[in-house]
Design a protein. Structure first.
Length: 117
């Protein structure tokens, strides 16, 4: 499966962006899906994850209450709604496919998010 993230860009602090991930090659309706990010000079970190049916989600403490992950299995897409963005959210964001205890088994191309202060 190929995962393609889109929706990144430049936004001012306090603003919002919606990232989308499309899967090509096969359906991912039975997979847990995740979002990770990597800021310049830092290691990749987990941002959010969602179960195969969308019934369960989890978030990094740094984004709880600001980010929302969702999925549409009919469209084979996973979205990340990011609100109240902060400069420290600046990073390349990656969509991933995996399992309940390992979201990051398959990685797609990232999309860059820059939050200006």
């Amino acid at each position: 499966v190929q995962l393609q993230a889109s929706g990144g860009g430049l936004v001012q602090a306090g603003g919002s962006l919606r990232l989308s991930c499309a899967a090509f090659g096969r359906t991912f309706s039975n997979s847990y899906m995740g979002w990770f990010r990597q800021a310049p000079g830092k290691e990749r970190e987990f941002v959010a994850g969602i179960s195969w049916n969308g019934g369960s989600t989890e978030y990094a403490n740094s984004v709880k209450g600001r980010f929302t992950v969702s999925r549409d299995n009919a469209k084979n897409t996973v979205d990340l709604q990011m609100n109240s963005l902060k400069p420290e959210d600046t990073a390349v964001y990656y969509c991933t496919e995996g399992e309940e205890d390992d979201y990051g088994q398959t990685w797609g191309q990232g999309t860059e998010v820059t939050v200006s202060s």
